[in-house]
Design a protein around this ligand. Structure first.
Ligand code: PTJ
Length: 248
């Protein structure tokens, strides 16, 4: 369907069309459409704008990514479908490795998603070789790359499932989540949760990584004062207020 640019829901409709076509290609899983719908609902509560809490969390996350020894960005079907180029740009800015790591894992889909990223400029995409295991997860979700997620100190997990986020944290990794649902287990398990829409959050992170390199002292101060639980409570309050103040 061709969506006219003038349509008030242009961005949202385009994202849906893109995701649906990526399901047809096999890059995104069909349950990714449901996950996306849940995200859209929470984005309504945010007014479809990046809230100050997400800016704060992204500033802290950017500093931790920039200072990391071995940072990795984990990419699933939805992330590749909606934000492939932005992820590649962020990985370059950090610099971080990119690993395809799927909830509905098949070797065929891993290869499809990795090839899709490579076709848009991704280099050295990890995930096809998965000799590492995340303790506490059942196969095949435990699989990961030895040189990627397994040995990372900081892992960015946009749209992650709760079990894996918790398991990565238990491994001692610093987990940064992007998730529109501030109540999700992933949001609660992560060390830093950016409650914002993926396609807004990734470019913002890239911008903040560059700023963190220029002004490390300012970002370090934010890191010291950051409390993820408090920040999540604040964004939940904001969503509730937006809901109550909406025009009747
Ligand atoms: O490609 P695969 O096989 O790895 O599967 C990917 C999905 C996303 C289907 C899988 O990981 C999954 O089922 O995820 P969940 O458990 O439904 O969690 C997705 C979370 O991401 C939910 O809390 C949504 O609110 C949130 N979300 C969805 N779309 C966006 C989002 N957050 C930010 N931006 C979005 N665009």
């Amino acid at each position: 369907m061709r969506v006219p640019r003038s349509h008030p829901r242009y961005r949202s409709l385009r994202a849906r069309e893109l995701l649906a076509s990526m399901v047809d290609e096999g890059v995104a899983d069909r349950t990714g459409l449901i996950a996306h719908g849940r995200g859209e609902a929470f984005d309504y509560f945010l007014g479809e704008r990046t809230p100050p809490e997400a800016r704060l969390a992204a500033s802290v996350a950017a500093y931790r990514l920039a200072k990391a020894r071995a940072p990795v960005i984990s990419v699933n079907g939805n992330v590749a479908a909606l934000a492939c180029k932005a992820v590649i740009a962020l990985a370059k800015a950090v610099p971080a490795r990119v690993e395809v790591n799927l909830f509905h894992r098949t070797e065929k889909r891993i290869d499809l998603v990795a090839s899709y990223m490579e076709s848009l400029g991704g280099r050295d995409i990890l995930g096809r070789q998965a000799a590492g295991r995340i303790p506490g997860l059942a196969q095949p979700r435990a699989k990961c790359s030895r040189e990627g997620i397994f040995s990372a100190d900081v892992v960015l997990v946009p749209l992650e499932d709760g079990d894996r986020a918790e398991a990565l944290k238990k491994m001692g990794k610093l987990v940064i989540a992007i998730d529109l649902n501030p109540l999700s287990r992933t949001a609660l398990a992560a060390n830093i949760t950016i409650v914002d829409e993926l396609t807004r959050a990734i470019p913002l992170l890239e911008k903040y990584v560059r700023m963190a390199r220029k002004e490390p002292a300012r970002h370090a101060r934010l890191v010291r004062g950051f409390d993820n639980v408090q920040n999540l409570l604040s964004v939940r309050d904001r969503m509730a207020r937006n809901l109550m103040d909406a025009e009747r």
